[in-house]
Design a binder for this molecule. Structure first.
Ligand SMILES: *[C@@H]1O[C@H](CO)[C@@H](O)[C@H](O)[C@H]1NC(C)=O
Ligand SMILES: *[C@@H]1O[C@H](CO)[C@@H](O)[C@H](O)[C@H]1NC(C)=O
Ligand SMILES: *[C@@H]1O[C@H](CO)[C@@H](O)[C@H](O)[C@H]1NC(C)=O
Ligand SMILES: *[C@@H]1O[C@H](CO)[C@@H](O)[C@H](O)[C@H]1NC(C)=O
Ligand SMILES: *[C@@H]1O[C@H](CO)[C@@H](O)[C@H](O)[C@H]1NC(C)=O
Length: 380
C-alpha cells in the first residue's frame, strides 16, 4: 500500500476512534489527547519532572503516531472524516476501532529514528517556512519522550540542530526548541551532558528574560530539567549567574505568576537536593546569599496561595540547611514579620468560601515553618 494512502486511512480511522472516545465519555476530549494534557498540568504546576511526564512508547504507541498523522494531513479530508464518523452508530464505530488497531499493527510505519531524521533535516533547511519549522519541532517534542529516542537524537547530532534553534529570530521557534531540550533532558544525564557541551544552558538562562511569557516559561522549564539532580549542571548554573536570574524572576512583581512559582519551586528543589546530598562538598553559595534569601522570603506575602505555599515549602527546606543563619533570616530578610503578616492574610482568605480549604492547609504549613524557625532562633 502507498504510504500516503495508508496515512490518510489512518487519520480517518483515528477520527473515528476519537469519536468513540468522545461518545463513551461525556467529559469529551479524545482519549489519546489526555496523556499530553496531564504532562502539561505537571509542567505548569512547577513539578517539572513527574511520572506522568514519562509517557511510554512515543511513536511506537498509537498516541504519538496519530498526532503525527493528523499533523501531516489535509484539513479538508479531516473535516469530511469527522462528519462521516458522527453519522455512525456505536457498533459501527467500535468495529472501525478494531480495524484501526489491526491496521496499525500491520502497517509498517516509519521508525521513530526515521521520523526524527526527517524533522531534523527539515530544521536544517534554511528555506523552510516558519509554519513547517514549528511543526517539525512539535513532532520532535512527541518523539523525544521515550528515553531511547532522546538518546538517539543526541547521538545523531539532532540535538545540536535543536539547540541552534534557540537563537532563531522567531520567538515561537525559540520556545519550542527550549521545550524539546527540556523534555529530552528530563532524568537523562547523557542528554544533559551534551546540552551543556553545546553551551545551551547559558542561552536558556538568558531566554528566561524574554518579554514573551511563553518563551520564558519553557526556558525555565528546560533550565530546571537540566540542573535537577545534576551537580555539574548546578555548578555551571551558578557560574553562569543563573541564581541572579532566579532572584530577578522571584522579585519582579510584573512578571507572570506562573514563572515566579516555577522559580521558587526550583530553588526549593535545589535546596532539597543539597539536603539529601550532605556528603557533597560545600553547600551552594546561593544559600548563604542574603539578598537571594530575601527574595524567597518576600514571596510568602504575595497574594497568591500557590506561590505562597511553594515559597513556604522552600523556606522549610532552607531552614534545615547547615549554612542557613537564622539571624540573617530574622534581621535581614524579615522572616518573622512576614510570617505574622501571612497569618493575617490567610485568616482573611479563609473567610472566602472558594479559598477556605486551601488557605487552611497553607496556614498549617505556615505554623510548622514558624515553629522550626523559632527553634532555630533558640526561642523554644
Ligand atoms: C471516562 O472518564 C472517566 C472519568 O473521568 C475515566 O475514568 C475513564 O477512563 C474515561 N474513559 C475513557 C474511555 O476515556
Ligand atoms: C527546503 O524547503 C523548501 C520549502 O518548503 C522546499 O521547497 C525544499 O524542497 C526543501 N529542501 C530540501 C533539501 O528538502
Ligand atoms: C546563540 O548565540 C550566541 C551568540 O551568538 C552564542 O554564544 C551561543 O552559543 C548560541 N547558542 C546556541 C545554543 O547555539
Ligand atoms: C535580564 O534583564 C534585566 C533587565 O533588563 C537585566 O538587568 C539582567 O541582567 C538580565 N538578565 C539576564 C540573565 O540576561
Ligand atoms: C520586570 O519584568 C518586566 C516585564 O518583563 C520588565 O520589563 C522589567 O524590566 C523587569 N524589572 C526588573 C527590575 O528587572
Amino acid at each position: 500500500m502507498n504510504f500516503f494512502r495508508c496515512l490518510s486511512l489512518l487519520v480517518v480511522m483515528a477520527l473515528v476512534s476519537g469519536t468513540i472516545a468522545e461518545k463513551a465519555n461525556s467529559s469529551g476530549g479524545m482519549v489519546w489527547a489526555t496523556a499530553r494534557d496531564e504532562a502539561e498540568l505537571v509542567e505548569d504546576s512547577g513539578l517539572v519532572i513527574g511520572e506522568q511526564d514519562q509517557i511510554d512508547g512515543g511513536f511506537s504507541s498509537l498516541d504519538g503516531m496519530l498526532h503525527w498523522a493528523i499533523g501531516h494531513s489535509d484539513p479538508a479530508t479531516l473535516k469530511e472524516a469527522a462528519k462521516d464518523a458522527q453519522k455512525m452508530s456505536m457498533d459501527e464505530l467500535q468495529k472501525r476501532q478494531v480495524e484501526l488497531k489491526e491496521l496499525v499493527e500491520k502497517l509498517n510505519m516509519p521508525s521513530d529514528g526515521k521520523l526524527m531524521k526527517i524533522a531534523v533535516s527539515d530544521l536544517n533547511n534554511a528555506s523552510l517556512s516558519l509554519e513547517d519549522r514549528h511543526r517539525a519541532l512539535h513532532e520532535l517534542l512527541i518523539l523525544v519522550e521515550p528515553i531511547d529516542n532522546a538518546n538517539d537524537l543526541s547521538k545523531s547530532g539532532g540535538l545540536k540542530v535543536v539547540a541552534g534553534e534557540l537563537n532563531h529570530s522567531d520567538s515561537e521557534v525559540r520556545k519550542l526548541a527550549a521545550w524539546v531540550i527540556g523534555k529530552a533532558s528530563q532524568n537523562n544525564p547523557f542528554v544533559q551532558a551534551q546540552v551543556f557541551e553545546l553551551g545551551a544552558l547559558t542561552t536558556l538562562i538568558k531566554m528566561v528574560n524574554s518579554s514573551s511569557t511563553e518563551e520564558a516559561v519553557k526556558a525555565l522549564f528546560a533550565v530546571s530539567a537540566l540542573i535537577r539532580n545534576n551537580i555539574a549542571g548546578q555548578d555551571m548554573f551558578y557560574a553562569s549567574r543563573g541564581y541572579i536570574m532566579l532572584q530577578d524572576v522571584m522579585s519582579n512583581g510584573s512578571l507572570d505568576i506562573k514563572l515566579r512559582r516555577k522559580a521558587v519551586f526550583l530553588v526549593g528543589d535545589l535546596a532539597e537536593f543539597q539536603l539529601q546530598n550532605t556528603d557533597q562538598k560545600a553547600e551552594l553559595p546561593i544559600f548563604s546569599d542574603r539578598l537571594f534569601l530575601k527574595s524567597v522570603v518576600d514571596l510568602i506575602v504575595v497574594l497568591d496561595l500557590d506561590l505562597q505555599e511553594k515559597a513556604l515549602t522552600t523556606i522549610n527546606t532552607l531552614l534545615q540547611l547547615k549554612s542557613i543563619e537564622p539571624l540573617i533570616l530574622r534581621d535581614f530578610c524579615g522572616l518573622q514579620g512576614a510570617l505574622q503578616r501571612m497569618k493575617l492574610q490567610l485568616k482573611e482568605s479563609m473567610e472566602d468560601e472558594d479559598k477556605r480549604d486551601y488557605a487552611a492547609d497553607v496556614e498549617t504549613l505556615r505554623g510548622e515553618v514558624e515553629l522550626i524557625f523559632r527553634k532555630k532562633l533558640g526561642l523554644l
